[in-house]
Ligand binder design. Structure first.
Ligand code: ADP
Ligand code: MG
Ligand code: MG
Length: 255
């Protein structure tokens, strides 16, 4: 078992107005095999948390720690984080001209494992994962993210997840822009990875829709850079009915 631990995390970002605090003391412990949902209104700092775990240079940790089986994640380069077993879906959102999906996946896998997978087995595995995700075989020969639709980007994320077999996956708004059929296919992919490799999942979302297909055992609500409530999947059900209003209304007490 592996564990990702976030302790008293404070993060700032540089803006035209100067240094702005975004995260104000986040505590979170995720074990492999567990699914945690981070929920909250727009602008509460959810993506900032994801980018900070990913090692995005725009975000500065001013206090607190992130460790992976006791190792200091904040001291690791982005590549080292990937090799340690962290998968961050937004890590490669850019177009990579001239690099096909197949070659990109193989290069990433080689970098993570330290050796190239056997070509024959690899091609077989990519093909079967793509078929599970109902992706056309031609997709493998397209250039990464070049002209991908929203749904294709998300499926490409889950294809990476299935092929790279990380220990933890941080999925930021994986549900946005997906119709119900695509949402089901993408969710099945995540659930397969959970079953097959005991994946730990940090599912970041504003909406409760995806949580009908990927049930989180732990739900954390983040508002203004702080976790304001925690519970089990029943909390996601309650948020589906009530929304975030009660957290935002200053008259409503947060117990
Ligand atoms: P969420 O994902 O919950 O919608 P974000 O983490 O994207 O929230 O943003 C939280 C707050 O931090 C917002 O007020 C946003 O404007 C600000 N912020 C986040 N990233 C940046 C950035 N790179 N530059 C300036 N402001 C940012
Ligand atoms: Mg947002
Ligand atoms: Mg966001």
């Amino acid at each position: 078992m592996s564990v990702l631990e976030i302790r008293d995390l404070h993060v700032t970002v540089e803006t035209d107005q100067g240094t702005t605090p975004i995260l104000n003391g986040i505590d979170l412990t995720i074990n492999t095999g567990e699914t945690h949902a981070i929920m909250g209104p727009n602008g509460s700092g959810k993506s900032t948390l994801a980018y900070t775990i990913a090692g995005h240079p725009k975000y500065t940790v001013t206090q607190g720690s992130i460790t992976f089986d006791g190792e200091d994640v904040l001291a690791m380069s982005v590549d080292e984080r990937a090799r340690a077993g962290l998968f961050l879906a937004m890590q490669y959102p850019v177009e990579i001209p001239g690099v096909t999906v197949t070659n990109f996946l193989r290069t990433a896998k080689t970098a993570i494992d330290g050796e190239a997978p056997s070509v024959r087995q690899w091609m077989k595995d990519v093909k079967s994962s793509m078929s599970n995700l109902r992706m056309d075989a031609k997709f493998a020969q397209r250039n990464v993210n070049e002209g991908f639709s929203g749904g294709e980007k998300k499926r490409h994320e889950i294809l990476q997840l299935e092929m790279l077999k990380p220990k933890f996956a941080i999925l930021d708004e994986t549900d946005s822009g997906l119709d119900v059929d695509a949402l089901k296919i993408v969710s099945e992919g995540v659930n397969r990875a959970k079953e097959e490799s005991n994946l730990g999942v940090l599912l970041i979302t504003h909406y409760t829709r995806i949580l009908r297909y990927i049930r989180p055992a732990f739900v954390h609500v983040i508002v203004a850079g702080k976790i304001v409530e925690e519970g089990g999947s029943e909390l996601a059900d309650r948020l589906e009915d009530e929304g975030y209003d009660r957290y935002l209304d200053p008259a409503a007490p947060i117990e």
